[in-house]
Design a protein around this ligand. Sequence first.
Ligand code: SF4
Length: 484
Amino acid sequence: MSRGGRVLLIIHDVYQEDNIFPLGPAYIASALKASGAEVTVACQDVFHYSNEELVRRYLQNGSYDLIGVGFMAARFKETVLDLCEVINQYKGGAWLVLGAHGPSSIPEYMIKTTGADIVAIGDAEETMVDLLKCKIAGGNDISNVDGIAFRSGDGVVVNKRREPSRQLDRFPFPAWEIFPMKDYADCVGLKGMEEGGKVLAVITGRGCTNRCNFCYRMESGIRLRSINNVIEEMKILYQQYGVRHFNMQDELFISSRRRLLEFRDALKSAGLKITFNCDARVDIFDEEIAHTLAECGCVFLNFGLESSDQNVLNAMGKRTTVEQNIKAVRIAKKTGVGIGLNFLWGNIGDTEASLKSNVRLIRELNTYYHLRTIRPVTPYPGCDLYYEAIRRGLLSGPEDFFERFKNSDLLTVNFTDIPEKQFYESLFNVNKELIIDHYEHTAGDMKEANHLIEQFYNLYFKGEYKFRGARHYDRKQEKVGGRK
Ligand code: SF4
């Protein structure tokens, strides 16, 4: 056995072919490796290993100290619960550690429901290293490890939160060498990127300056890597892995004009001719930012516009205006980049009128880069809307949430005055309109459009929950997943 300990990180399946490189586990793996651990990754997302195959390949004969699984709440019932049952059966003496946004805000519930030993809350690089040290020291005393919750007898102990590191440059680059890089780099394709070019994910900062009521981030504020550190990482991906398109995974990639200009200059000095996609907020977006992004190689901008109704934007704490939304998209359109128009409906203050005006705005601003439909807002555990739902008596807690949550295109909690049946009828009508509009503008196959409309119908009215949503369906237009 490795003196530094053995860790298995499992990347659970998401049942699609366009898998984004799992940066979180890759950062954790590099921190563990730097501490002397032997780290193995099991990528169920890429290889679609069943849990039985996972047992055969990794669990049956492996002897690990820690087994880590990170996940979002939306995947809990569908995938993670069964996975944990299997891990518990075969983990031997290992500790099962859950992490990421899914379990972080509701660790007691997660430990009780899954039988996991520990939840790592928030950033987990340092937490996992500390846990491994405790484990290989042979002691079970983890009471001094910050940022965890752990099972103790019949109860759960939640330790003090770990202060998130502000010095992100301290973390070693992701442990790419232990991941099936070719599979990740080849499976995502976006319009505007070099034909056959490889795509990988990078994150230049963690967190966001805002706090929208549906966002499940737990830390406030933004923490940034230095641009030099980011460019060094991009150079390695460019030179060693042939990456030409970067998927910027930041929640807020453009946090300031100065930083974006610094990024542009550093890219030029490094001679990196790349394309990339990123998310942007509309409030600081202007001509200079749009042109700088295009100059840097940005081919796709994802805007979280969320609503065309100012009262709804205010209620969700978006801190933007409808005018800013419209202005930002009009400016971005002039540069020719692809634009993602993200709208949610069903937040506090939403009405039939706000739904209709959302559709009008999408149709007015649409670049038809990819198919846009509207989803109901989901109050994921940890976000302000989740606690508001509890306060209003609309939700009793995590168990109730997971009982109700079936699919992110369905209502989990109704914050409007609209009866549920009418809510779905209205949503169905507007999504049907948006699908037809998209296929007409892109000269798409109307048979495909009708099939998609039927899937929405079956989801809303017949409980066929397996539907993965319009964007994964829309592969031809977006060229996602078509190259594997
Ligand atoms: S702007 Fe985006 S990342 Fe920031 S709080 Fe809102 S939803 Fe979350």
